[in-house]
Design a protein. Structure first.
Length: 256
């Protein structure tokens, strides 16, 4: 697991405070795709439980896995006690119990590609559903977005995580749908986008940036300088695009 993947523990409380949760529409999309009640789920890289709460709130018995102790402690503080929690990286999970749903919320790109899909398939019940969802947050106003980019440039060229398989942003099907379509263990691969617009204060928007892995890789002094430079170009209220790209796939019943 990369250094960026393991950088969140130091800011677990900020992650919980500044990262937005997930809307009801997401659960409805996943449940509608499943076509039957989702009773059990395994969550990959649960973080502080932003998505955990959504699924557990609908009566799903969620097993939330997370490798970082600080993130897991924050999750245990804020999610319902009925959620089962396991401190483990995805690669350390051993096949055994199978789930109706395996999902990852803005976390799948941190897993190792070798054996990724065979591990997911082994954790799913026959005809079980896999879901991956997330997306970057950016200012909705192009002028504000450009001002933020210019303010960030002396410290950081880009704050995005590149596509794990190199899929270009303009391609219709994005990762991980691209890989799922090539994987014999899965069928009925779909990609959907839940459009979402939010408004944050300038301080909260910078707080969100402080939970983004690219900034966390900067030296502490560089982080503070970047945040200060960005703060100077922001309006008091920042309208943001926070679209959620959702990938869904079904485990083939014949997969062992």
């Amino acid at each position: 697991m990369s250094a960026r993947a393991l950088s969140f523990g130091a800011i677990a409380q900020s992650y919980e405070r500044f990262r937005p949760g997930y809307p009801e529409e997401l659960f409805e999309l996943v449940a509608g795709y499943a076509g039957r009640p989702v009773r059990t789920a395994l969550e990959i890289g649960a973080g502080t439980g932003k998505a955990t709460r959504l699924f557990a709130g609908h009566g799903v018995a969620v097993t939330a896995t997370e490798p970082d102790a600080a993130m897991l402690a924050e999750l245990r503080r804020v999610v319902p006690a009925r959620v089962r929690t396991v401190r483990a990286a995805f690669e350390d999970l051993r096949p055994g119990e199978r789930y109706g749903l395996v999902y990852a919320a803005a976390a799948l790109h941190w897993t190792r590609p070798e054996g990724r899909w065979s591990r997911v398939a082994a954790l799913l019940a026959p005809d079980g559903v896999f879901a991956s969802f997330g997306g970057p947050i950016r200012p909705a106003d192009p002028a504000v977005e450009e001002a933020v980019r210019a303010a960030r440039a002396p410290f950081l060229g880009s704050d995005e995580v590149p596509s794990p398989d190199g899929t270009a942003p303009e391609e219709e099907m994005q990762w991980p749908g691209t890989e799922l379509r090539r994987c014999e263990s899965f069928s009925d691969v779909r990609q959907s986008v839940i459009a979402r617009r939010l408004t944050m204060s300038a301080a909260d928007y910078v707080g969100h940036l402080s939970t983004v892995s690219a900034y966390l890789q900067l030296p502490r002094s560089g982080q503070q300088q970047a945040y200060a430079a960005i703060t100077r170009v922001l309006p008091a209220a920042v309208e943001i695009v926070a679209d959620i790209t959702v990938h869904l796939a079904r485990r083939r019943a014949a997969t062992a």
